[in-house]
Design a binder for this molecule. Sequence first.
Ligand code: FDA
Length: 301
Amino acid sequence: MNIINKLVAQTMPLVPKSIVGKISRRYIAGDSIEDAVRVVRGINSNRMMATLDVLGEDISAREEASDNADEYIRMLERIDKEKLDSNVSLKLTALGLKLDYDFCIENVSRVIKRAKESGIFVRIDMEDSTCTTDTIRAYLMLQKKYGNVGIVIQAYLRRSVNDIEKLLAEAENLNVRLCKGAYVEPRAIAYKDRELIKKNFSLLMKILLSNGAYVGIASHDEEVLWEGLKIVHDLKLPKDAYEFQMLVGVDKELRDIIVDAGHRMRVYVPYGEKWYAYSVRRLKENPEIGGYVIKNLLGIR
Ligand code: FDA
């Protein structure tokens, strides 16, 4: 990222919400479940799987957490009814993690139980580092109880290598999405150097894949994808031992390249009205963000 793009990314909170909404539309299926179903159908017809996410991480009341769980259940019913090739991803804070751990577990259990009835897998996303320990604890308990649950590990966290050793030792049918990590974290707990984050990504992938875990390699970084392909090749793994994952709205060409080479690809599809926090994280990662924001602020098409 050049200096102007970095500067714009750092000052995103100053960009008017209407502009954030306009330039982040590509990252979100739309406001409604109908929008989400339409986007997933398109993805499925392009030989890719999906994972659906209901936006709504910044909640402050128990009622909102229950509403989010209800929306997940409506969405699971649609996946089942329409025979979509999609699982779901959820954030524990959207289901009440920051309000009350036990209440959050009640909500997420409702979702996981409904998913299990239709043989649908549920991925628990990983959020900022204040959630890591609770998320791992919740995952281990829920996977043991229901068996259709997966977790996410972030390569930028210094603790991740220990976390995956714990997961490998304690979880059955371990299924991990590996990503770089999307939150702003202090140096004391997260690697800051981009090259080091990639090295850690490779290390974690290698440990997980050589110990029999299913890995969702979630990145749009060609070097990370190459490392993944190298590990898979060296270990002579079959194509159903791993999958690649990318976000809707990012590098469709790369998605097609991976699928054309015969690998499994899953696209992350968020939808809902609470799009702001998610959109800001995506825009900050867009290497061309400066140009988009400046053009929109100046009203240039
Ligand atoms: P990087 O950011 O270096 O991007 C590589 C290239 O991809 C860029 O040069 C650019 O070309 C393109 N690109 C990337 N982001 C773009 C964008 N927003 N707009 C346009 N182009 C873009 N994080 C987390 O903390 N917890 C989680 O649970 C998840 N879940 C998750 C699921 C899936 C399916 C994916 C793909 C990612 C996540 N993430 C996540 C986000 C992840 O941690 C990371 O922040 C982003 O994937 C960006 O990192 P890359 O590895 O793509 O590299």
